[in-house]
Write a protein that binds this ligand. Structure first.
Ligand code: HEM
Length: 403
């Protein structure tokens, strides 16, 4: 049922504490048709079992073209032609298109290869903390949680250091788009980002390096494995997904620990808990609040509600991760929680490609912060913290701390 009383799901105010709303939906309307900002509607799926099943359900398409009737396609919001290449990214594709693109980069993100980055990630975390001013006052997001994953994914792909903050400003603008109505204002950022990438491709073609971008360009040149559009979409996705998410894990994870001093002390005294701690912080903070859109290829019944063909379905990971049917005391932060089958990294064929990297970065960032900052504390009242606007991600604008 569509209720006009629904909150604005993308607003900073809702983001500050979405859990009460999701708990009500789980109890009374586990598959709920909600109004999205901009006037569209989508079905929110909120219970753990239903979210897990939704993510794996082949009757739900990621590529909207695979779900809509001709008539529905004609009613799709207009999209400027220059954006079309970006729709060829693996996260928005199904079946063999998806599998081929994922296979091309999967190797770069295997746990073994990612583990080899450990020393570099650790050195980076230490460098960032070495740079803390004498006042000890920092914005953890700007000074630590963001530059860490931004530098790692940029180094992996081969984006020059000087360009990183700039492309982050574009990607930040892009991930805050919540509806087709918002899109026009973000078009310049998308256009500049695409132009930047095309120029980078030209530079790297002329001067190959030992980086992922050079490897992808070789795959493109080898012929039919990767088209120019797919290459652009791939690099765009990797750069964006590779840092806009982890920044939230580190930022919201640090805040969760500050709000649970017993757990903070536990981890500080037992850094070996880092592995289970990061799983719990993933569950508790859900940096990706909802999985990206899926579209019903046919009428689908979920928890007794039938979703018509072509309708949009949003699997709410943050809600699944707090479902009392799956987790004992889900509102409790317990860094030793085991088993912990959270869905923060998705499930099924679109399961996070960067999961090993996200875990490594999150663990090193949090454990190093606790080790290096024995008097870590917030320098503003918790209710003064502002959350970023946006539908899919959840993270803080700033986290002012004394370290
Ligand atoms: C804490 C950090 C991260 C979280 C919480 C996260 C979460 C997710 C989730 C939930 C999905 C599935 C989305 C869906 O099904 O709609 C996903 C997919 C993806 N993630 Fe991550 N991610 C993180 C870090 C990363 C990193 C560091 C990379 C670096 C490359 C990355 C790359 C991707 C890609 C490429 C996909 C699409 C995979 C596909 O379609 O097969 N992510 N991520």
């Amino acid at each position: 049922m569509l209720r006009s009383a629904d909150p604005d799901l993308a607003s900073p105010r809702f983001k500050a504490n979405p859990h009460g709303f999701y708990a009500r939906l789980r109890a009374t309307a586990p598959v709920h048709r909600a109004a999205l900002p901009g006037g569209q509607t989508a079905w929110l799926v909120t219970r753990y079992d239903d979210v897990a099943a939704t993510l794996k359900d082949e009757r739900l398409a990621k590529d909207v073209i695979n779900a809509l009737s001709d008539e529905q396609q004609a009613r799709q919001p207009w999209m400027p032609g220059f954006l079309k290449p970006l729709t060829r990214n693996m996260l928005d594709l199904d079946g063999t298109d998806h599998a081929r693109l994922r296979a091309l980069v999967h190797k770069a993100f295997t746990p073994r290869l990612v583990e080899q980055l450990r020393g570099r990630v650790q050195a980076l975390a230490d460098d960032l903390l070495d740079a803390v001013p004498d006042s000890g006052r920092i914005d953890l997001i700007r000074d630590y949680a963001l530059p860490l994953p931004l530098t790692v994914i940029s180094d992996l792909l081969g984006v020059p250091r000087a360009d990183r903050r700039q492309f982050h400003r574009w990607s930040r603008r892009i991930v805050s788009v919540t509806s087709a109505r918002d899109l026009p204002a973000a078009l310049p950022a998308i256009w500049f980002f695409m132009r930047f990438l095309r120029r980078l491709f030209a530079i790297r073609r002329a001067d190959p390096q030992d980086d992922l971008l050079t490897a992808l360009l070789r795959a493109e040149e080898a012929g039919d494995t990767l088209s120019e559009d797919e290459l652009l979409a791939m690099v765009f996705l990797l750069l964006t997904a590779g840092h806009e998410t982890t920044v939230n894990l580190i930022g919201s994870g640090a805040l969760a620990l500050l709000e649970h001093p017993d757990q903070l002390a536990l981890l500080r005294e037992n850094p070996a808990l880092g592995k289970t701690a990061i799983e719990e912080l993933l569950r508790f903070t859900s940096p990706v609040e909802m999985a990206t859109q899926r579209y019903a290829r046919e009428p689908i019944a979920i928890a007794g509600t039938t979703i018509p063909r072509g309708d949009q379905v949003l699997a709410v990971l943050a809600s699944a991760n707090r479902d009392e049917r799956q987790f004992a005391q889900p509102g409790l932060l317990d860094l030793t929680r085991a088993p912990n089958r959270h869905l923060a990294l998705g499930q099924g064929i679109h399961y996070c490609l960067g999961a090993p990297l996200a875990r490594l970065e999150g663990q090193i960032a949090i454990v190093t912060l606790l080790r290096r900052a024995p008097d870590l504390r917030l320098t503003v009242p918790p209710d003064a913290l502002r959350w970023r606007k946006g539908l899919f991600l959840r993270g803080l604008e700033r986290l002012p701390l004394a370290v």
